[in-house]
Design a protein. Structure first.
Length: 670
């Protein structure tokens, strides 16, 4: 029998389920959500013929053996939708079950015949038989009611519109009969699709990057973790909740780079923190001039008092002095002359850095050791890691390592520092990275910004890729910042902080509008902090500290700015003005941001808003409250005038306040 009919076991399952969304790489990778967010699932669900269907979205937390479920609703063209909420950290799974709804199909046909004035006596008897079958599966009380209904229908008259015929459409009868008939010959989607649920900071965060060595309280000194503690009130006041530190390990001496990446290091020059070395401990040791392990743990504890988490840079590479090279030479590539191969990205040479050979024979032990680096710092209280150049490490290693670590600690956040091609960048997000660097530093024009952020927030990548927007980094001084002064920094700040729910700045350099490149055409900083200790004048009059603090306050006070997927662009008839809104799901908070992309000239234009989407009556006035300047404007209708002078302010961050008329017949705005 089964050889003749290979589908015999499911031959009577008539429903088809396909094109399930979201589904990443056929279910191999999880979609990503933050605790408390909902997961909206759609699928094409259909069957032969004209029968009515029913479908449920099934979901469960990983540790739960039982499925919860919620009904799916039919949209149009055989598309169905359901949703559920994530209430705990960790992993969830979801799938779909659908079946022919026999009772609803019967009711639908009955309704059509009633409306057409046809005799329905046969249909009533058929319905009675269905209800009797349901009664056989029902508990005693339900069974009693169902048998009573079945008896009424079986003797019902055939007159069109007879109350007994109408009773067959009774809501209570419908719910009870459908429930008791069950899901005969249901189709279950063949996959259980995963969801990774991360902490809230995975979706919404503001990062501040600083080199601890540049913040000594006394001149000519090397900064320490204790000095960093003194900076926490200022960083907190600016509204940052993640303090990111470059590598804090000892720095190698062999081939140490000097000022401006010079291959010759002068006496006293500190070298690059990414050239990691130690006589003992390596990646698990602390640079002695920064302090002790206890000092570092004190910094973590003190930061938490300000609601700031410490993020640590993990760079899987070594100085030629690293103990790994002495103890495990098999983990590195050797050139024909016997020397160890240093890092290169022609024409650049990084003689002070040696990469690991992930293809070596001893790869399993290498993997375990590198995983133990994370484990060590997690043990010291670090839950957020920025991973240096992950696109130059094997994907299989990163997928395994992150999964192993998150299996025992769902609070972990991994930021991918991968300025690479789109496919590798997205794949790193698929395999486990929580957030990612991206192309924001090089998207400047209105068209570039709208196209790129539509891709990030409205295409399928939004289900797994969480962008973290950085207008600058120690490695990147974008051309736009080099040429256009303080106003350019203000523009990029507002764009980063409002286009993205997560963003970061390379701290003092951005605050103080540092914009001198090493040479024309370069994106490297002149006198880069990567190779020397800087002395920052944080009280300089041109500092952006106050603007940064205000923007971050606006972000904290407006939930609309705390998500990426709600971004919508709006038409302005001037290519130098970009406008976009973000709204909460319930519409209680709507933020409209308008930015003048030119740092030099005043620009104006007419902005068009879809008022019906915001629940606004185009005939009534509504208030736009500029949260940057506290100015208030009364607008009417979908089309209104905007003008921005970059000397005064490069942007509006409007909170839309709806018009309300009270019983006392005066106006106010909610």
């Amino acid at each position: 029998m089964n050889e003749q009919f290979p589908f015999a076991e499911r031959g009577r399952c008539r429903v088809v389920i396909e094109n399930v969304s979201p589904e990443i790489e056929a279910g191999r990778f999880p979609i990503k959500r933050v605790i408390g967010e909902h997961v909206v699932v759609e699928a094409d669900i259909f069957a032969d013929g004209h029968d009515s269907l029913a479908a449920v979205l099934k979901f469960r937390a990983e540790e739960s053996p039982e499925w919860s479920e919620t009904p799916m609703e039919s949209l149009a063209n055989d598309r169905w939708r359901g949703e559920f909420f994530t209430t705990k950290l960790g992993n969830y799974f979801y799938t779909i079950e659908a079946w022919v709804d026999q009772f609803k199909s019967w009711q639908t046909d009955l309704q059509k015949k009633l409306e057409a004035g046809q005799d329905v006596s046969i249909e009533l008897r058929a319905g009675a038989q269905l209800i009797e079958r349901a009664a056989q599966r029902a508990a005693s009380r339900d069974a009693e009611n169902l048998l009573s209904w079945a008896k009424e229908l079986s003797i019902g008259e055939s007159i069109t519109g007879d109350p007994i015929a109408r009773r067959a459409l009774n809501r209570d009868l419908t719910d009870t009969a459908r429930r008791c008939l069950g899901r005969q010959f249901s189709t279950k989607y063949e996959k259980e699709l995963p969801v990774a649920v991360d902490p809230e900071r995975a979706r919404f965060s503001a990062w501040y990057e600083m080199f601890p060595r540049s913040f000594a309280s006394a001149a000519e000194k090397h900064g320490t973790f204790k000095d960093c503690e003194l900076q926490l009130p200022r960083i907190s006041k600016m509204g940052f909740d993640v303090l990111y530190l470059p590598p804090i390990h000892p720095i190698g001496k062999s081939f140490r780079k000097g000022k401006n990446n010079n291959v010759v290091c002068e006496p006293g020059e500190p070298g690059s923190p990414w050239a990691i070395e130690s006589g003992a401990g390596g990646h698990k040791a602390i640079h002695p001039e920064l302090g002790t392990l206890e000092d570092f743990k004190s910094l973590i504890a003190r930061a938490k008092e300000f609601k700031i988490e410490i993020a640590l840079d993990i760079a899987f590479q070594c100085s030629p002095d690293h103990p790994y090279i002495r103890e495990h030479p098999q983990w590195f590539r050797h050139r024909p002359d016997g020397s160890i191969q240093y890092a290169e990205n022609p024409p650049k040479k990084y003689q002070d850095i040696v990469p690991f050979d992930f293809e070596c024979e001893d790869w399993k032990n290498l993997w375990q050791e590198l995983k133990s680096v994370f484990t060590f710092w997690i043990g010291q209280g670090v839950n957020i890691f920025r991973v240096d150049n992950p696109h130059t490490k094997p994907f299989a290693f990163l997928e395994w390592c992150i999964a192993e670590l998150k299996a025992t600690n769902h609070e972990l956040i991994f930021l991918s520092e991968a300025f690479t091609r789109p496919k590798p960048m997205y794949h790193l997000a698929e395999l486990g990275f929580t957030q990612s660097y991206n192309y924001f530093p090089w998207r400047n024009s209105k068209d570039e910004l709208e196209t790129y952020f539509t891709e990030l927030t409205q295409s399928p990548v939004a289900d797994f890729f969480h962008p973290n927007l950085w207008p600058n980094t120690p490695d990147i001084l974008a051309q736009f910042l080099q040429t256009d002064g303080r106003e350019a920094f203000a523009i990029r700040l507002v764009l980063a902080a409002t286009l993205g729910a997560s963003y970061g700045i390379y701290g003092p350099a951005f605050e103080l509008c540092e914009n001198t490149p090493r040479e024309p055409g370069s994106e490297e900083y002149l006198n880069s902090e990567k190779y020397e200790i800087k002395r920052w004048d944080l009280s300089a009059p041109h500092s952006l500290e106050n603007l940064i603090a205000r923007v971050n306050q606006i972000r904290r006070e407006n939930p609309a700015l705390q998500s990426d997927r709600n971004l919508k662009f709006h038409r302005v008839d001037n290519d130098q003005l970009i406008a976009y809104t973000k709204s909460t799901d319930d519409g209680s908070d709507t933020i409209l941001t308008v930015v003048n992309l030119s740092p030099h000239y005043t620009h104006s234009g007419w902005l068009e808003l879809p008022l019906e989407e915001f629940g606004l009556d185009a005939r009534k006035t509504y208030q736009m409250h500029d949260l940057l300047t506290d100015a208030r404007f009364l607008w009417r209708g979908p089309r209104n005038y905007v003008e921005l002078n970059p000397v005064l302010s490069s942007a509006h961050i409007f909170r839309l306040r709806r018009h309300v008329r009270t019983e006392h017949d005066f106006d106010y705005f909610a």
